[in-house]
Design a protein around this ligand. Structure first.
Ligand code: ATP
Length: 169
């Protein structure tokens, strides 16, 4: 499966809907400090089912909902949709026939939340199952956060083994 598109609204610094396309090849996000580059990675982790608030650089899950900035009022809901091209047959059996698979996660300030696959409500477990074996996941080394390359290089043999085992699933 390949990353195709990420739609973000109400998540962290994204007040207006952002539609980020990932064309064939390498994509880079460039911008000044604090403009929200890492928030895009947080959105990606979150939609893939991340449960750790710390991994999302917040104190509580509510912190991921747009809290207001530059005269824009706080929002009550965050929603992220990740669309993947299903081009290598790594999707689970029930999704084999779909050319594209979309995953959506929603969170309301009330605490209510929802997960959807191809716009159909599903369980968090279904989201994990979808990514399992695909080489992508909120905690695999398909996503390497700032400072982690250094950690891998500086690791001793035992720690490095853990990194490799985690990457290998
Ligand atoms: P750096 O270059 O320093 O790594 P960055 O471009 O990756 O920065 P981020 O860390 O992604 O930037 O974004 C930080 C911005 O997101 C800050 O301006 C912060 O106020 C804003 N932000 C984070 N959470 C929220 C939220 N819930 N509501 C509104 N804005 C938020």
């Amino acid at each position: 499966m390949k990353l195709k598109k990420l739609e973000i609204i109400g998540f962290k610094s994204f007040y207006d809907k952002a539609n980020i396309q990932f064309p064939q090849g390498i994509s880079a996000v460039v911008g000044p400090n604090g403009c929200g580059k890492s928030n895009i990675i947080d959105a990606l982790r979150w939609v893939m089912g991340e449960q750790s608030v710390k991994q999302l650089r917040g104190k509580s899950m509510e912190d991921i909902i747009f809290s207001g900035a530059n005269d824009k009022p706080p929002l009550n809901m965050a929603e992220v949709t990740l669309t993947m091209a299903n081009d290598n047959g790594h999707a689970p059996e029930e999704f084999r026939d779909y050319a594209e698979i979309s995953v959506t996660r929603r969170l309301f300030r009330s605490g209510e939340s929802a997960y959807l696959i191809n716009k159909q409500p599903c369980r968090l477990k279904d989201i994990y199952n979808l990514f399992m074996g695909s080489g992508v996941g909120s905690r695999t080394f398909a996503i390497i956060q700032q400072g982690n390359i250094g950690a891998i290089i500086d690791a001793g043999p035992d720690e490095r083994r853990l990194f490799l085992e985690e990457a290998a699933g």
